[in-house]
Structure formats: structure tokens, C-alpha cells
Design a protein around this ligand. Structure first.
Ligand code: SAH
Length: 355
């Protein structure tokens, strides 16, 4: 089964590589590259453009095949593009929440409700009963922000790297009558455009895994929280290292590297690493939990949902990175099943007196 999927993937890779080359050529306005009637100067610049395009594409394909880690700059551009391209398809199939669902009991089939329940259950787990001003760090198209704003009758600000997500988030806020209290913008979580001590709830649901500098990310979460404010982080982590272990095994590192290429992720950290970062900030009420078992049925449901004609057609239209993302779902499943990947919840209170 896996082998045949792998062959399909390679075929798609070849197909899409071809598409990328063609796309690159047209986006650089190289018209009629093989025309014999074009002027010689434009002909030579066309052919050098073409060469550059082909070599850039070959480099990308090689890096993909070798699961090479992206530079920070490529990562940031890649994340924005990935969500720009895939969010519409996700919303069509799955709705406004781009995260796992809460599967207790495990056989529930109302997947979109399971996603909403996950937000409520995480808030309950984090002892959040009220909020006045929330920041949603890595907000997608804003499902969490709108839900929390309605739940607590509060304000919410969401940030994302994707211009498509930010404008779609604002559009949905307007449609849902929330444009006075909820808004979205393109901004980097590692340099948030907010003043210190602004929010009493700092919420980050499945975006931490994209952050290339976990310390800077944690520092920013603390900086924008009001003293005594609550920070709630739900993120993909790798397993905690055992005693005497200094790193993951080579096989584990390789699996994560392949997932990273597909989902535009940098190096992972463990839940314990986040706890250590929070301790270093002087946080109180630090609590952690592994909810891998809570979300376990989710990936199977997503894979199943992508096997209908509408999704498959949408997938082909969305391009190579979305198709690769779909393939990587199988790798995620393997990571969860082997205990390498954890669905981590971490919460704490920002100290009243800053350290
Ligand atoms: N929390 C949302 C979306 C999760 S998808 C939801 O549950 O529906 C991950 C999100 O993280 C995307 O919106 C992506 O743009 C955002 N993201 C990744 N890196 C980011 C960064 N450096 N700064 C801001 N947002 C980032």
C-alpha cells in the first residue's frame, strides 16, 4: 500500500516539477521561448532566464528529494505561499478551523464539531473562563479568534504569514457580524506588531511547529501577554528525550525532515523544551499534557476526506506543495503511531513582575 502510494507520489512529483518549470517560465514573461523569429538579444536573455529557471527548479527538486532544511527566508516565503494556495481547498472541505479535532469518544464522525470542541476543551484544560483581549498567533483563517470572541464577548487579533488567510479571516468576521471586535493581519509571530503587555489571553493553536526560533517565539508570547495573563500553546512536538539521550534517532530525524519539507517546518522541539523555556521566563502554573490520543482519529478522517473526487480535483488544482502536503499526512500518521510525534499542550501564567 505504502509502496504504491510512494510511486504515485513520485509520478506527481515529476508532473508537478514540469508544472513548476512551465509556471516559472510564464511568470518571467518569457514568451515563445522557442520562437526562431524573436530578436537575438531577447532570445539570449530568454534562454538565460530559462536556464536560471530550470536550475532553480532543479535545486528545489533536489532539496525536496534530500529533505533539506530550508533557510529562514525560504521558510517564511514558503509558509505564506503554502497557506495562500491551500487554505481555500481546506475551507471548502473542512471549514474554517485548520487544526485537529477532539475525538472523545473516539468514534465520533462530526469532524467540524470535533474541531470546535477542541478549542473549548483546550480552554477548559487551561482554566480559561474569561478573556477581554486575545491574540491568536498563527491564526489561519481565524476560526479560533471568532469562536473565542463570541464565547467570551471579547476582542481578538489574529496574525498569519498568509495574505490570503488574513483577508479571508476579515471577510468571515464581517459576514459573521464580528468586524468590530475581531481583526486579522499579516505579521510575523517572531516580531509581533503589538505593544508589550497587551493581551490577557495569548493563544497559539498549531502554529508553533512553524517557528524556526522557539526561544524568540516564547519570548514574544510572553512580551505581548499582560502580567498575570494566560499563555496557551498547542503544538506539534517530538517526544521528550529519555535519560541519557542527547538526540532523536537517525530514523526519527529523517522522518521529521520529510514532514518538514512538505509542511514548511523547521527543526522540532519537545514539550519539555517549551516547559524549560517558560520556566526560564519565570512563568507560574505551568502545565503540560500529551493529547496525541485525543486527536488520533483525525488524520485518518482527513485522509478519507481527501479521497473523494472534489477533493482530489481541488488537490490537483492547488499544485505541488498541497499534493505533497496530502502525501505527508501518511508520514504524520506514522510519527504519531510510533510515539515520535506528540500533540502537545502547554500553558502557563506570565509572571506579575517581569524577569
Ligand atoms: N491556528 C489556526 C491555523 C493553524 S495553521 C487554526 O487552528 O485554524 C498554521 C498557521 O500558522 C498559519 O496561519 C500560518 O500562516 C501561521 N504561521 C506560521 N508561521 C508563522 C509566523 N512566523 N508568524 C505568524 N504566523 C505564522
Amino acid at each position: 500500500m505504502l509502496d504504491s502510494l510512494r510511486s504515485c507520489y513520485l509520478l506527481l512529483l515529476l508532473f508537478c516539477t514540469q508544472k513548476v518549470v512551465v509556471g516559472w517560465v510564464s511568470s518571467n514573461n518569457v514568451r515563445q521561448p522557442f520562437s526562431t523569429t524573436s530578436a537575438s538579444s531577447s532570445g539570449s536573455s530568454s534562454s538565460s532566464n530559462l536556464k536560471m529557471g530550470v536550475s532553480a527548479t532543479m535545486r528545489r527538486v533536489r532539496d525536496s528529494v534530500l529533505s533539506k532544511e530550508r533557510s529562514r527566508k525560504d521558510l517564511k516565503i514558503g509558509i505564506a505561499g503554502f497557506y495562500d494556495r491551500s487554505s481555500k481547498l481546506w475551507e471548502n472541505v473542512w471549514g474554517e478551523h485548520m487544526h485537529h479535532g477532539y475525538y472523545i469518544p473516539a468514534d465520533r464522525t462530526d469532524h467540524q464539531q470535533a474541531q470546535v470542541d477542541l478549542i473549548d476543551e483546550v480552554l477548559k484544560w487551561g482554566d480559561v473562563t474569561e478573556a477581554t483581549n486575545v491574540v491568536d498567533v498563527g491564526c489561519g483563517i481565524g476560526g479560533s479568534s471568532r469562536h473565542i470572541a463570541r464565547k467570551y464577548n471579547c476582542k481578538a487579533n489574529g496574525i498569519t504569514l498568509s495574505p490570503y488567510q488574513s483577508s479571508r479571516g476579515n471577510e468571515l468576521a464581517k459576514e459573521q457580524g464580528l468586524s468590530d471586535t475581531v481583526s486579522f493581519q499579516v505579521a510575523d509571530a517572531l516580531e509581533m506588531p503589538f505593544s508589550d503587555n497587551s493581551f490577557d489571553l495569548v493563544w497559539s493553536l498549531e502554529s508553533g511547529e512553524h517557528m524556526p526560533d522557539k526561544k524568540k517565539f516564547t519570548d514574544e508570547l510572553f512580551r505581548v501577554a499582560v502580567p498575570g495573563g494566560r499563555i496557551l500553546l498547542v503544538t506539534w512536538c517530538h517526544r521528550d528525550l529519555g535519560e541519557g539521550e542527547t538526540s532523536l534517532t537517525k530514523k526519527e530525524v529523517k522522518l521529521l525532515a520529510r514532514i518538514n519539507r512538505a509542511y514548511y517546518l523547521p527543526k522540532w522541539c519537545s514539550v519539555q523544551d517549551y516547559v524549560d523555556l517558560m520556566k526560564a521566563k519565570g512563568a507560574s502554573d505551568i502545565k503540560r499534557e500529551d493529547w496525541s490520543y485525543v486527536i488520533a482519529p483525525f488524520w485518518k478522517a482527513v485522509i478519507k476526506s481527501s479521497l473523494n473526487l472534489r477533493s482530489l480535483f481541488g488537490l490537483l488544482k492547488s499544485g505541488f506543495s498541497t499534493i505533497r502536503g496530502a502525501y505527508a499526512m501518511l508520514l504524520m500518521l506514522r510519527g504519531f503511531n510510533t510515539g515520535l510525534i506528540k500533540f502537545g499542550l502547554i500553558t502557563c501564567t506570565k509572571p506579575k513582575v517581569s524577569m
